[in-house]
Design a protein around this ligand. Sequence first.
Ligand code: PMV
Length: 319
Amino acid sequence: MPAITATAPAKIILFGEHAVVYGRPAIAVPLPQLRARAVVSADPFAPAGYIRLQAPAIGLDASLEDMPADDPFSLGVHGVLDILGISRCPACLIRVTSTIPIAAGLGSGAAASVVLVRAFSHFLGQPLENRQVNDLVFKIEKVYHGTPSGIDNTVITYEQPVFYIKDQPIQKFRIARPLTLVIADTGIPSKTAVTVGAVRSGWQADPHRYEALFDQIGRITRQARQALETGEIDALGPLMNDNQAVLQELGVSSPTLENLIQAARQAGAAGAKLSGGGGGGNLIALAANETTQRISQELLAAGAASVLVSNISNTGPLE
Ligand code: PMV
């Protein structure tokens, strides 16, 4: 049995975070240069049914039976076996590696689950379809993130820009002209579940105000989709700034994020905003060829823990 490999990208949210949890649209794109990889190989010396999992980045090296039932990798393996109706599989080693920074809002967990599910089902001779991979990984994400919107697993599974509305069919779309983003990490770890919970408390206390803010984000996101599809990149920067202003009103920005966003704008970014859960985590700045280096340098000088430049475009045919 040959070893089977699967890979999947990181992701970044361009517009619509938080409001997406309340049924408004969000736009996310894959970051193909950062990837998770799973390799599944047969273990000819172990008895049938024995599965060993390795993920060096998180210090995991264990047999499946010794892992907690709610471990994401364990959920992925059992999920595949259930879908395929297999009770005893050939002994194997599943090794997951990744260049995606962990807990940085770049989808490292969802990407690890996607590659595991893909490679393992392929190894068993019945590769799951994207739809099945996406559904299973969404289930796993729910165990870990409470009430995720499902945008992470979707953009990572399909590796295409998505215009995502919760509980609706996925809308993939074309980006007419490539964009350059500088992605900066504040270095401040922030759990998405915490900021999502804070927004929920605010919404419960003042639903009227929060619904109006979500509507504003929804409008901005729809305009952004149009700008991306028609190649009007000039419209995008101001839309990013508008989205950031509403995120600030939602209470998910922070002085560190604001400071770095300001530094990016002063260095020539056409627009900048936090990306993902907020509180800490990442921000994105829209750059042009001539400003990319300056923005990166200024962000580091202003205290960003790391920066990454990514060219965003379509990666393949729309499925
Ligand atoms: O922190 P991230 O990149 O996983 O993004 C969270 C996005 C939210 O809209 C805040 C939550 C969600 O589940 O969509």
